[in-house]
Design a protein around this ligand. Structure first.
Ligand code: NAP
Length: 259
């Protein structure tokens, strides 16, 4: 009996999980996958599978792509704060009856010595830094800086993968471009060198960027932690390994017995 053709997958990327999944399925003959990037990072690290870059034109554009490319399953491995594409993925999968899996890494949880202030938005974070000028470490990416322009009394140390749009940068700012992983000792050295009073970060949950939280804890610094946006109720797993199990089950269900 001729084996089934490989499952045709679209992976929505922009996270370490998406790239890891792409690397792990690349040599697997059960799958033919394309990894999609939004195009925000100038030099994304491209894994060894076909990649496409750029938006689809909303949920209906993504639905059209799923149909036109005969996609058998959609994997939403986008960043936990990429709420629009995650909503579009759920809608497009529903329109086209395409199986959809969301990879959602666990959020960071505070431990006893942490001084977290959990807030829902960047605007709330900017306001919560308070009236006294502070030295603030912003590790929130390059897209969400605008609210901090409205609180120009603080000094900001801004770390992002690519330099932010100059129009978004608050007046008193130091920029660092760097890509994780970061280690705790180096993070502590950075916090001390810049005399940081407070950190602002999104609850990304990534191991590669977690060290700043341990460094802040060890220096008893407060951390403003932006909570994750809500996501649609779809099938979800926390790890790439669990996603591979889900895909293997989907593949087996599509394969006739004896193949
Ligand atoms: P978003 O607000 O949810 O999405 C905005 C639009 O960008 C979407 O409507 C879609 O355009 C396009 N898009 C997003 N992800 C895409 C993908 N993987 N492939 C093709 N188009 C995509 O997303 P965002 O917060 O701007 O994040 C953009 C990308 O950066 C995502 O891939 C995300 O995984 C990654 N990222 C985000 C953050 C963050 O903090 N938000 C952090 C690290 C990495 P159309 O509607 O035209 O399809």
């Amino acid at each position: 009996m001729t084996p089934n053709p490989p499952l045709n997958l679209l992976i929505l990327g922009g996270s370490s999980e998406a790239s890891d999944l792409a690397r792990r399925i690349a040599p697997d003959p059960r799958y033919a996958a394309t990894l999609s990037f939004a195009g925000r990072t100038r030099n994304p690290i491209l894994p060894p599978i076909p990649c496409r870059i750029g938006g689809f034109g909303g949920a209906h554009g993504l639905a059209a792509y799923l149909r036109d490319h005969a996609i058998d399953a959609l994997i939403d491995a986008t960043h936990p704060f990429a709420a629009r594409i995650t909503a579009n993925a759920a809608q497009a999968a529903a329109i086209t009856a395409t199986p959809l899996l969301r990879i959602d890494r666990p959020a960071w949880q505070p431990v006893a010595a942490d001084r977290w202030i959990e807030l829902p938005t960047m605007a709330a974070a900017a306001a919560a830094i308070g009236p006294t000028p502070r030295r603030v470490f912003l590790t929130i990416g390059q897209q969400d800086l605008a609210p901090f322009r409205a609180t120009p009394r603080h000094h900001y140390l801004i770390r992002s993968i690519d330099p932010p749009d100059p129009d978004l940068i608050p007046p008193d700012a130091t920029l660092i471009t760097a890509r994780g992983p970061f280690d705790e000792e180096a993070e502590r050295t950075l916090l001390r060198a810049h005399r940081i009073d407070i950190l602002v970060t999104k609850n990304a949950g990534a191991a590669a960027t977690e060290a700043k939280l341990a460094a802040a804890r060890s220096l008893a610094l407060p951390v403003i932690m932006i909570a994750r946006p809500p996501t649609p109720p779809v099938d979800r797993v926390e790890t790439v390994t669990a996603a591979l199990d889900w895909l293997a089950r989907l593949h087996d269900a599509a394969t006739p017995r004896g193949v």
